[in-house]
Design a protein around this ligand. Structure first.
Ligand code: ZN
Length: 324
């Protein structure tokens, strides 16, 4: 891989997680959450979305949130944008990575962003034209419902490849394949990711799995085996699409890091610090049950005193994140 770490984990909790929380999270708390995530070693964080405050009021303070984090060194921040207006606001805030999102399925796109897929593709082209000369701006695509749609069911691989072809033809170099409603299974993941990697060697693919039916980690592992090295995850397993019936949380970042750590695959993320962030999440979102299995169970005793997480000079203290 290009980076020193074998896998890149992209934290999407501040975006995919908070967009589903109705109660407004104070700006200072959002900033603190993101800063703590960065301190645990996460190198790329989706900070939120520049969308209409009427559709997602949680993100009405995006400019202030970005101002509170943008100077953090060694972290790449990105935001979701649905259109040129959102992209312009995002760039004005100092963000250098834009993620344009739309759905592979027509009906989910109409429900989610209230326009046809053709209109979304045109919107992507407009954004690309506007920002292609501004070199620091990176434009990526998050493609929803790749592994199934709540309205249309499963997508054929041909359909998926045709749409990716249109996106790649615009010069987009990074595409996130999203299992928006948790329909994926390891075999389907293998088929789709292998076809994408084979047909588009010039594109970097990420995967975005929701753990709706408990297959999130199995899907991530299958994608890893096929060759995917970028994974979205949300601290505490927060998340879900407010416009997709049945959608629930993302893969928990803690669980994904734990899996890769245990397999000897470096992530660059300190799990103890990350579990402290989960504890902070409980403070700012009282009543929310975190679905991370590792957060719920704590780390195994062997790992607490063993060499894997033992800092030189002594054993780390027993994690204090548990609610005893
Ligand atoms: Zn999602």
């Amino acid at each position: 891989m290009k980076t020193g770490h074998d896998v890149a984990i992209i934290e999407v909790g501040p975006r995919d997680g908070l967009q589903n929380v109705t109660a407004f999270v104070e700006t200072a708390q959002k900033v603190s959450l993101i800063r703590r995530l960065a301190a645990s070693g996460l190198k790329e964080i989706q900070a939120g979305a520049f969308v209409s405050p009427r559709s997602i009021p949680q993100f009405r303070d995006m400019n202030e949130v970005i101002a509170g984090i943008i100077a953090l060194p060694k972290v790449r921040f990105s935001v979701l944008v649905p259109n040129l207006q959102g992209a312009r606001e995002a760039v004005k805030s100092g963000i250098e990575k834009l993620i344009f999102f739309f759905s592979l399925s027509e009906s989910h796109n109409l429900n989610n962003v209230h326009q046809t897929k053709e209109a979304s593709l045109k919107g992507l082209e407009v954004i690309r034209r506007n920002f292609s000369t501004e070199t620091p701006i990176e434009l990526c695509v998050a493609l929803a419902t790749v592994f199934g749609c709540p309205f249309e069911g499963y997508m054929t691989t041909d359909h998926i490849l045709k749409d990716i072809h249109k996106i790649a033809n615009m010069g987009v170099k990074e595409i996130s394949l999203c299992d928006t409603v948790g329909f994926a299974n390891p075999r389907l993941v293998e088929e789709i990711t292998a076809a994408c990697l084979k047909d588009f060697p010039e594109v970097t693919f990420a995967v975005h799995f929701h753990n709706t039916r408990g297959l999130g980690l199995a899907n991530a592992l299958r994608a890893y085996d096929v060759g995917i090295r970028r994974f979205d995850a949300a601290v505490g397993g927060l998340g879900g699409c407010p416009f997709a019936p049945g959608a629930s949380g993302n893969i928990a970042t803690e669980d994904l890091v734990f899996m890769f750590n245990e397999m000897g695959i470096p992530t660059g993320i300190d799990l103890d610090s990350l579990l402290n962030v989960s504890g902070y999440l409980k403070e700012i979102l009282p009543g929310v049950i975190l679905s991370s299995a590792v957060y719920q169970a704590g780390l195994p005793q062997a790992q607490i005193s063993g060499p894997k997480c033992g800092a030189p000079g002594g054993n780390p203290p027993f994690p204090t994140h548990r609610d005893w």
